[in-house]
Structures are given as structure tokens and as C-alpha cells.
Write a protein that binds this ligand. Structure first.
Ligand code: 5GP
Ligand code: MG
Ligand code: MG
Length: 184
């Protein structure tokens, strides 16, 4: 067993400090945007990649809120989108009439979010907004309306701060790039 969590990491793309600073900015912006809303705010994390980001983000939102999770799968064990999006775990809560903030780790082709947003939109929420930690705009294949972006990144496969490769690296405190040998 590999004992070092950083095994195979080539470089840090976004440091822990940069993430912390950006989280505060996003939290302030979201708080501003929702503070005059009378309807409840429900923050929905897309499992599993969003959990680290979401845990930190909700503590920077200075408003009452509820959380829930949805799990969709578009990637198998590799790094290419299969384009087939399945809902593996649905929400526990009802979102009708509520303000929904979907939290995602990364938007790549956009297929996963498009499907999830369609599903949520069909349940009559008051408003659906989207916050992603990372965005790879170069890779977009379907249009997705995103209100809050942590960082735009180049077209490289990243891991850490919730993002995995074969379920590894989610517990890195930063976003990094793995060595090519990791993918072999
Ligand atoms: P999309 O449907 O936008 O192509 O991809 C959605 C999902 O693919 C993301 O939520 C994420 O789980 C995974 N993904 C896309 N790009 C990356 C990446 O660079 N690194 C990791 N670890 N996962 C990615
Ligand atoms: Mg994801
Ligand atoms: Mg993954």
C-alpha cells in the first residue's frame, strides 16, 4: 500500500491558501446574493467530488441553509466522460419553491451538470444556481449556466480537495496534477 497521500503528484495547481482565500470571496458573494430571499436556501452537493469544497463553502455562507446530496455518475474508472449520466442517489428533500445552490467540484464537458440541472429544474424550485470549484471551459461540449466559479483551469486532469483518480487523492488539501505514470 502507498503510504504517502502525495504519491504521484507532479505539482500543485491551486494551493491550500489560494483555495481558502477564494472560498471567503465566494461565501461573501453568495451571502450577498441570497440575503434578501425569503425562501429557504438548500445547498446540494454532487457526490462525491464536491464534499470537501462544500464543507468549507457552507461555513463561509452567513445565512440559514439546509444541505442535501445527489449522486450522478458519468465517469467510470478512467478519465474520459462516457456521456451517459445516471442518477445513483437522489435527494432526500423536496425542493419545490426553494432556492437551490448546486455545488460541484469541476465542470468539464458539462454533461453531468446538464442532466442534474434538468432533473432539479423539473421539480419546481424557485431558483437554481450553480457553484463550481473548478471550471475547464476549453472542454465544454454542452452549455451550462454557472453563477459562481472558484477557478478556471487549463485542460489537465486534476486531483485533490475532493477530486479523485480511482478514488485516491480526495483528501489532499490542494488541487494538484498527477504524474502521467499514475494513469498507466
Ligand atoms: P463532465 O460531465 O462535466 O464532463 O464531468 C463531470 C465530472 O467528471 C466531474 O464532476 C468530475 O467528477 C469528473 N472530472 C472531470 N474533469 C476532471 C478532472 O480533471 N479531475 C477529476 N478528478 N475529475 C474530473
Ligand atoms: Mg463531480
Ligand atoms: Mg471521480
Amino acid at each position: 500500500m502507498k503510504k504517502n497521500v502525495e504519491f504521484g503528484i507532479k505539482k500543485q495547481l491551486i494551493t491550500k491558501e489560494e483555495i481558502q482565500k477564494r472560498l471567503k470571496e465566494l461565501g461573501t458573494q453568495i451571502t450577498e446574493d441570497f440575503k434578501n430571499e425569503s425562501e429557504p436556501l438548500i445547498v446540494i452537493g454532487l457526490l462525491k467530488g464536491s464534499i470537501v469544497f462544500m464543507a468549507d463553502l457552507i461555513r463561509e455562507i452567513r445565512l440559514p441553509l439546509e444541505i442535501d446530496f445527489i449522486e450522478a455518475s458519468s465517469y467510470g474508472e478512467g478519465t474520459q466522460s462516457s456521456r451517459e449520466v445516471k442518477i445513483l442517489k437522489d435527494l432526500r428533500s423536496t425542493i419545490s419553491g426553494k432556492n437551490v445552490l448546486v455545488v460541484e467540484d469541476i465542470i468539464d464537458s458539462g454533461f453531468t451538470l446538464k442532466k442534474v440541472l434538468q432533473l432539479l429544474g423539473s421539480r419546481n424550485p424557485k431558483k437554481v444556481s450553480l457553484c463550481t470549484l473548478l471550471d475547464k471551459p476549453e472542454r465544454r461540449e454542452v452549455e451550462v449556466d454557472v453563477q459562481y466559479v472558484g477557478f478556471e483551469i487549463p485542460n489537465e486532469f486534476v486531483v485533490g480537495y475532493g477530486l479523485d483518480f480511482n478514488e485516491n487523492y480526495r483528501n489532499l488539501e490542494y488541487v494538484g496534477i498527477a504524474e502521467p505514470s499514475v494513469f498507466e
